[in-house]
Design a protein around this ligand. Structure first.
Ligand SMILES: *[C@@H]1O[C@H](CO)[C@@H](O)[C@H](O)[C@H]1NC(C)=O
Ligand SMILES: *[C@@H]1O[C@H](CO)[C@@H](O)[C@H](O)[C@H]1NC(C)=O
Length: 257
């Protein structure tokens, strides 16, 4: 798979996770605009501020990539929205793992980690993948080993009392809501099977109401909310453009965490 295709696919795959994702397209800025620019989804002011400090201090050619890393890292540390970074939303086994993707908007290079365990710096690990490997995506414990070998701290416990509590509350609620669909059992914890394998268990009542459920720990309380709300796509998205929009060093970075 080509790098950019993989990145797009990854972007789609990661949208529902507690991830950090950066995408970019270069040269989109208009002449005469006011730069630098930092934009983020959601009211994560500390993240924008952290990105701004880097890109505004950088002078001509200040690194938009570094600004995105600073902004994203701030959210990882602050656990923005309770989902980003270490201690954020756990998976079905109660474990918090991290996803992150970054793109250099000039070169279109991508680096990403997914389901990374035991390392708390998701976006920094993604940048290391971009800058020091020919890969697009490293996952799981391979991502962990890579990140630690490149100098990031670890192994670290990514759980927090809050993530453990979220998980046990979710277990007590029969593992509802969750990300499964077209499986049985519908209304309780797994193991799950495709409905076609066990047609005898397939009743409308079993699957109704939770087929549209698209977030592990946040109930979708209306049809529209289940399609778009702050809990089922990115957890932070950020765009950074350097001071000089038409210089070769100008970058547009779009970041989603
Ligand atoms: C993007 O990559 C190019 C080529 O390696 C590099 O010169 C530039 O500094 C990178 N951009 C950022 C914002 O890091
Ligand atoms: C990791 O941290 C969580 C939350 O503080 C704690 O419950 C758990 O025991 C820790 N795990 C390990 C292996 O230390």
């Amino acid at each position: 798979m080509g790098r950019s295709n993989a990145g797009l696919l990854l972007g789609l795959l990661l949208l529902q996770f507690n991830s950090c994702l950066a995408l970019g397209g270069g040269g989109a800025a208009e002449r005469g605009g006011v730069f630098p620019v930092v934009v983020s989804t959601w009211p994560f002011r500390e993240a924008v501020r952290a990105a701004w400090e880097v890109v505004a201090a950088g002078g001509i050619g200040g690194s938009a990539v570094d600004a995105v890393v600073a902004g994203c890292s701030a959210c990882e540390v602050l656990r923005c929205d309770g989902t980003v970074g270490p201690g954020g939303s756990p998976d079905e086994n109660g474990e918090t793992t991290l996803d992150a993707l970054i793109m250099n908007g000039t070169t279109m290079e991508i680096g990403a980690v997914a389901a990374m365990r035991y390392v708390k710096d998701g976006i920094k690990a993604a940048k290391l993948v971009m800058e020091h490997t020919g890969h697009t995506l490293l996952v799981g414990e391979k991502a962990t080993a890579f990140a630690i070998s490149m100098g990031l701290a670890g192994p670290t416990n990514l759980s927090s009392p809050e993530s453990i509590e979220k998980w046990s509350n979710w277990r007590q609620n029969h593992c509802q809501p969750n990300f499964w669909k077209n499986v049985v059992p519908a209304g309780n914890c797994g193991p799950y099977y495709p409905i076609n394998v066990n047609p005898v268990h397939r009743t409308v009542g079993e699957i109704q109401g939770w087929l549209q459920s698209d977030n592990l720990l946040e109930p979708a309380d209306s049809h529209l909310k289940s399609i778009i709300n702050r809990h089922n796509h990115d957890t932070i998205s950020m765009a950074v453009i350097n001071k000089v929009s038409n210089s070769p060093n100008s970058k547009l970075i779009f970041l989603s965490m």
